[in-house]
Design a protein around this ligand. Structure first.
Ligand code: NAD
Length: 263
């Protein structure tokens, strides 16, 4: 199937590893020219080189801490230098520190807003005008299954990602007639370095064996396993494509059936 992505240009955030990196690679395979960003220069450069080697795509990269407004401005200028404007914008960063709702301080809520919400508004402001002019665009945002079923002890992530989902749904209504789609992708349990790190930390804390924990954890997933980043990226690449032109304002769960709601 020709996804109609050849020659498109994309900015993929949080692209040095995990889900963001896999989406970048998936888009590169379809002939998309990429700008990658993440915080760590060496890891980002390595990801860019690996993807370039595998796909032959044109790949640019710029280190950026997306929570910092000045760094975002520098990134936006760099993207314009590299590729002009982008057709596809993939919002993705790391998750905030775990805490219960009662333990979360006002400062934690504010930093969660800056970590998960502010950068999306800023990058949309920078890249939406040209998408509107061209009458084509794709905005994807990586959220979490927690927007459908809040996860205990992840108060900031639950709240901020739900706010992001609602903000983007509102935006999707406003830009649909420009052929710009805006969708969220909600990971359930995707096997990434981050997920492994969280699991190791939990095992160290509880003394549980890895086999015992995995059995219990995976027991809640009808597919009986973690998802791969490639499986996640396939959905993202489809949503970014010409073929997904009538899908907007949606949250798509990629969770092996884990969520208990019917939508
Ligand atoms: P990850 O930690 O492996 O990768 C995150 C990427 O974002 C890295 O490239 C990192 O450098 C970059 N990043 C983090 N903070 C940044 C910042 N401030 N500025 C710029 N770049 C930044 O995470 P992942 O497992 O690939 O997950 C991606 C997103 O999906 C995260 O927000 C995570 O919380 C969420 N999520 C993941 C899962 C899962 O199963 N993996 C489940 C639910 C939600």
């Amino acid at each position: 199937m020709d996804l109609g992505l050849m020659g498109k240009k994309a900015l993929v955030c949080g692209a040095s590893r995990g889900i963001g990196r896999a989406i970048a690679e998936g888009l590169a395979h379809e002939g998309v020219e990429l700008v990658l960003c993440a915080r760590q220069d060496a890891a980002l450069a390595k990801a860019a080189e690996d993807i370039r080697q595998k796909t032959g795509a044109r790949i640019h990269f710029r280190t950026c801490n997306l929570t910092e407004p000045d760094e975002r401005n520098t990134l936006i200028a760099a993207v314009k230098d590299f590729v002009g404007d982008v057709d596809i914008l993939v919002h993705n960063t790391g998750g905030p520190r775990p805490s219960s709702a009662q333990e979360t301080t006002l400062d934690d809520w504010k930093s969660g807003f800056s970590q998960l919400f502010e950068m999306i508004v800023h990058l949309n402001e920078a890249f939406l005008p040209k998408m509107k002019e061209k009458k084509w665009g794709r905005i994807l945002c990586i959220t979490s299954l927690s927007v459908i079923e809040p996860i205990p002890n992840l108060a900031v992530s639950n709240a901020m990602r739900s706010a992001v989902t609602s903000m983007l749904k509102t935006l999707s209504d406003e830009v649909a007639h420009f052929n710009i789609t805006v969708n969220c992708l909600a990971p359930g349990s995707i096997s990434t370095e981050r997920l492994q790190e969280l699991m190791e930390a939990r095992l160290a804390r509880t003394g549980q064996s890895k086999e015992e924990y995995l059995k219990q954890y995976i027991g809640g997933i009808p597919m009986g396993r973690l998802g791969t980043t490639e499986e996640f990226a396939s959905v993202a690449v489809f949503l970014a494509s010409q073929k997904a032109s009538y899908v907007t304002g949606s949250t798509i769960a990629i969770d092996g059936g884990k969520r208990r709601s019917t939508y």
